[in-house]
Design a protein around this ligand. Structure first.
Ligand code: ZN
Ligand code: ZN
Ligand code: ZN
Ligand code: ZN
Ligand code: ZN
Ligand code: ZN
Ligand code: ZN
Ligand code: ZN
Length: 282
């Protein structure tokens, strides 16, 4: 005898309201109750922004411990419940992407979210396009698999330009040839201002050979007066680390080893050669 399966067939989670609820950070159909302050927020960024704003006492500032979120509130029926993907009351799917480890919901799956167990957080961009580097302890784009220079915990620090913590930033990140990590947008901003050296270690991060050629020309056009002909200075090259003794010049000093003008004088204080160079690049 055919049995009716009507009451055992799981009801597909409802897509009602998908993309219509959420905050400026995420489209989702629930709010979270912050375990730290017991207040209701759209998402952890909303929490962190409001709890770290200038209006909050320094002593009360805090970030949400995201993995500890225990309760959510359905945006459609307002039912408070444990963290889960489908509302127990109205059956709506509270986030098309859902991570039970991060207690994370997002209706916009075009970001291709995935959870990295080694990072311990959800990331975007598609698992197939990323790999987790054990030494850097972070996920990087597959294109960097053989080309990046590993630096222990490279991402577990702040962007040297805007000081945001890089490990769980939602913005694009990049690794400079020297191995230091930084927001892609912050690098572009530096380039706009003709800054081409790493803010952490001062190494050039682009191919500067054309610029150095221009510097050669400029120096050739600006011979030093007779009285300086025999004056020499010691320089340290920011790019190759070589120390050398070179002829003094008012504009800049060229590393004898790698031909870079990204150098600094090691004796006697003087204006950094770079400022003149940056003017030229403009
Ligand atoms: Zn938010
Ligand atoms: Zn509901
Ligand atoms: Zn996750
Ligand atoms: Zn990872
Ligand atoms: Zn690495
Ligand atoms: Zn930055
Ligand atoms: Zn660097
Ligand atoms: Zn050099």
């Amino acid at each position: 005898m055919e049995e009716s399966h009507n009451n055992v067939v799981p009801v597909a989670p409802s897509e009602t309201g998908s993309g219509q609820y959420g905050c400026s950070h995420y489209r989702r159909r629930c709010k979270i109750i912050a375990p730290c302050c017991n207040q209701i927020f759209d998402c952890r960024h909303c929490h962190n922004e409001s709890q770290n704003s200038v209006q909050v006492d320094l002593a009360n500032m805090h970030d949400i411990p995201r993995h500890d979120v225990k309760r959510v509130i359905c945006s459609l029926c307002s039912t408070e419940q444990d963290v889960q993907q489908v509302c127990i009351q109205c059956g709506v799917c509270m986030g098309r992407y859902f991570c039970s480890k991060c207690k994370f919901f997002d209706d916009d799956v075009s970001k291709k979210q995935y959870h990295c167990d080694e990072c311990g957080i959800c990331r975007t961009g598609g698992e197939e396009n990323f790999f987790h580097c054990k030494k850097c302890d972070c996920c990087y784009s597959s294109s960097m698999k053989d080309s990046h220079r590993c630096i222990e915990k490279a991402m577990h620090q702040n962007c040297p330009v805007c000081f945001e913590f890089l490990f769980d930033t939602t913005k694009d990140i990049t690794v400079l040839p020297c191995g230091h990590t930084i927001h892609l947008g912050c690098v572009r901003e530096m380039q706009k201002h003709c800054q081409y050296s790493c803010p952490v270690c001062s190494k050039s991060f682009c191919d500067m050979s054309r610029v150095w050629e221009k510097m050669d020309e400029e120096l050739a056009l600006t011979p030093m007066p007779e009285m300086f002909q025999n004056k020499t200075v010691w320089i340290l090259c920011n790019d190759c680390g070589e120390t050398s003794e070179v002829k003094f010049h008012i504009i800049a000093h060229k590393c004898l080893k790698c031909k870079s003008y990204n150098t600094r004088r090691t004796q006697a204080a003087s204006a950094p050669c770079l400022s003149r160079m940056e003017e030229m690049v403009r």
